[in-house]
Design a binder for this molecule. Structure first.
Ligand SMILES: [Zn+2]
Length: 333
């Protein structure tokens, strides 16, 4: 099901599959204006973080979120669902955050869906899903009454219950959205539960319109791109390039290394061509984080290009078989 697509947004057309680097407006390791150099066509930022901080909120309302970040290309905003998941509560309603995303000019608006963690109790997963569906309906109603016409995302939830994932995908398809993000997957990814991840994606995909872009929320490790694209996913987002860089972690297309475990730099990106392993280990913390973030971005977008090329050549399956050898759980999936 791997495909090359064109996603049309108010700020231009994006070729998919692609990865949207996550930009934290409070802490930018790489300036958004520089991200294009690595291959980024679209970014994602968090509307809730902007909403919560008075200075950011006022700037975004006055000049728009594109101006705030210094990025004139397509931009998706997340709603605070991640914060809801991490901290159990957010100080904004679904309607308020959807309206806010419209007011600051996001290209893709996301309702405040409720991510249910894997292995949740059935009752909780059901309740969270019902609430999510009501919020999706509410978001549609908000957009219907407005002049701005951004894309609207309809997130799929349901924890590790496949029948709830199916119900979620059917209900969202019935309402009709422009982008379908599948949420609540990051804990599975972090626990190497790739097989369940694949089952959830297949279950959702079967109930979504075939031509609609599917986004995997928070999934951004290059090891997983070829498999996810073969399952029919088009968009990824991740803060991994920056978060990993801060922990001295070095991404490759078949796994992650701690810098201290590397004797050589097995890469030919501009960073790894210019510096050697000794320099990276010995330079200051801040410089190292910056250089690792750049390397991580180069590797990530190189893998996106490799996936696209493999699709053109009808060799995506071969690429994913090679990548999946990197971890036994991945080949099992
Ligand atoms: Zn490199």
């Amino acid at each position: 099901m791997g495909r090359i697509g064109r996603l049309e947004t108010p700020h231009g057309v994006v070729e998919t599959p692609t990865l949207m680097p996550v930009v934290n407006p409070n802490l930018m390791l790489v300036e958004p204006s520089e991200l294009e150099r690595f291959g980024a066509e679209m970014l994602i930022t968090n509307a809730y973080i902007i909403y919560k901080k008075k200075e950011l909120r006022e700037n975004a309302l006055e000049g728009g979120v594109h101006k705030l970040l210094g990025w004139e290309k397509p931009l998706m905003t997340d709603s605070g669902s991640y914060q809801l998941y991490e901290y159990g509560d957010v100080e904004v309603s679904n309607k308020e955050i959807v309206e806010f995303q419209l007011e600051i000019g996001a290209d893709v608006v996301v309702p405040l869906d409720i991510p249910t963690p894997p292995d949740a109790r059935r009752e909780r997963a059901e309740n969270d899903l019902e609430k999510t569906l009501r919020r999706l309906e509410e978001a549609k109603a908000v957009l219907d009454g407005r002049d701005e016409k951004p894309l609207l995302a309809g997130p799929i939830q349901g924890s590790t219950f496949l029948d709830l994932r199916e119900r979620s995908a059917m209900a969202a398809s019935g309402m009709g959205f422009d982008v379908y993000p599948i949420g609540g997957l990051v804990p599975l990814l972090e626990a190497y539960r790739y097989k369940e991840l694949v089952e959830i994606i297949i279950t959702a995909k079967r109930r979504l319109p075939a031509d609609a872009p599917v986004h995997l929320f928070g999934v951004g490790h290059p090891i997983f791109f070829s498999l996810a694209v073969a399952l029919g996913c088009d968009l990824f987002d991740s803060a991994a390039y920056a978060l990993y860089a801060k922990n001295d972690r070095y991404l490759t297309s078949d796994g992650t290394y701690f810098l201290e475990d590397l004797q050589y730099l097995p890469c030919s990106c501009p960073v790894c061509s210019k510096y050697n392993i000794k320099y990276l280990k010995e330079c200051g913390r801040e410089e190292r984080a910056r250089l690792l973030a750049e390397h991580n971005l180069h590797v990530t977008f190189a893998e996106i290009r490799a996936v696209r090329q493999a699709i053109w050549e009808n060799r995506l399956w071969e690429l994913l078989e090679r990548r999946c050898r990197a971890h036994p759980r991945c080949s099992a999936a």
